[in-house]
Design a protein. Structure first.
Lengths: 150, 150
DNA sequence: TTCCTTGCAAACGATTTGCATTGGA
DNA sequence: TCCAATGCAAATCGTTTGCAAGGAA
C-alpha cells in the first residue's frame, strides 16, 4: 500500500497523521502476518519507543484499523484489519515464532457457528468472539516481510 | 476425590507428598473449571505464597497431572488433566470471569482434525496442539466451587 | 495557538528466581 | 540425615502511565 493510502486510512478514522503512526502502519502493511510490538520496533528504520508503539496500536485498535490478540507466550500481536478477510484464525510456529493467518472454508465457519450457538445456548451466554488456533513447528526461522526473499 | 487419591496421584508420578501440593490438588479437584493461580490462593484455607503455587503448578504440569493455558487477560489457568476428557476447549465469561470446559462432539473434532491437517500440510508444519475458545458474557458473577451452592 | 501525540522514565502486574530454611523420605 | 520443596524478597518481562516537550491542525 502506498504511503498516501496509509495516510488516508488515518484520516478516514479521524486520527491525526503522525510519523509513528505512519511508520507502524507501513510496517504492518509490509508484513505477511501479525507482528508483536517488539517486531514492529525491530522493523522500524527510525527509532520508536515501545510505549509509543503500544499507544499507536491502541489508537489504531480503537479505530478498528488493526486487530490485536495474544501469542502463546502472551505477547501482544497486531495485524491490519483489512489484510485479513472475515475471520481471523492463526497458526503459530514454535520454532520460528512466526504467526500465519489461516482461513477456514465457509462450510467449516458455519459448523463452528453452530457449535458456538449450541454451547452458548446451553450456558446461557452471549458470545462476542471466538478463536481457533493451531500450534506447530516448521523448519524455517525468523520473521519475514513481503520484501524479504522468502 | 479423597485426599488419599490425591496423594496417590503424586506418588504415581514420583512427586513427594507435601502440604502445598495436596492443597493445590484438592482445590483444583473441588473446582468445576480451570482456576488462575490467584484463584487457587484465594480458595486455600492455609496461607500459600503465589511463588509456591507457581512452582507446584509447574511440577504438576511436568507430571501431566494438570494442564495449563492462558485466559484472555493473559493469566495462567490450571485444571486437573483427569477432569477433562480428551480435548480441552474453553468458554470464557467476560462478566463473571469464569472459564467453562466445553466438549465438542466426535464429528466436530474430526472436522477440526481435517482442517488442521490441511492447514499444516500447506504450511509444512508439524502440529502439536490446537485450541478453540469462545468468549462471551453471562449474568452470573464470581467463581464457583462444586461445594458452593450454584 | 491549542491540543493531541510523543519520549522518557517510573510504575505495574503477572511470573520467575536466588537463597536460606524447612520438612519429606 | 540429606536433598527436594518452601517462604520471602528481589528480579524480570511485557505493558501502562505521568508528565513535560514537541508537532499536527
Amino acid at each position: 500500500m502506498a504511503k498516501k493510502q496509509l495516510t488516508e486510512l488515518l484520516r478516514q478514522e479521524g486520527l491525526s497523521i503522525t510519523s509513528p503512526r505512519l511508520n507502524v502502519l507501513a510496517i504492518l502493511d509490509q508484513s505477511d502476518g501479525p507482528l508483536s510490538v517488539e517486531n514492529i520496533v525491530e522493523h522500524s528504520t527510525t527509532q520508536i519507543p515501545l510505549s509509543t508503539v503500544y499507544r499507536v496500536v491502541a489508537d489504531l485498535l480503537d479505530a478498528k484499523i488493526v486487530r490485536t490478540f495474544s501469542s502463546p507466550d502472551k505477547k501482544l500481536l497486531v495485524e491490519l484489519t483489512r489484510s485479513t478477510s472475515g475471520h481471523h484464525h492463526h497458526l503459530y510456529c514454535q520454532s520460528c515464532e512466526k504467526v500465519f493467518d489461516i482461513d477456514l472454508d465457509t462450510k467449516m465457519e458455519r459448523l463452528i457457528e453452530n457449535v458456538i450457538k449450541d454451547v452458548s445456548d446451553s450456558h446461557g451466554m452471549r458470545v462476542y468472539d471466538h478463536s481457533f488456533e493451531i500450534y506447530g513447528t516448521c523448519d524455517r526461522g525468523g520473521h519475514h516481510l513481503k520484501s524479504d526473499q522468502d
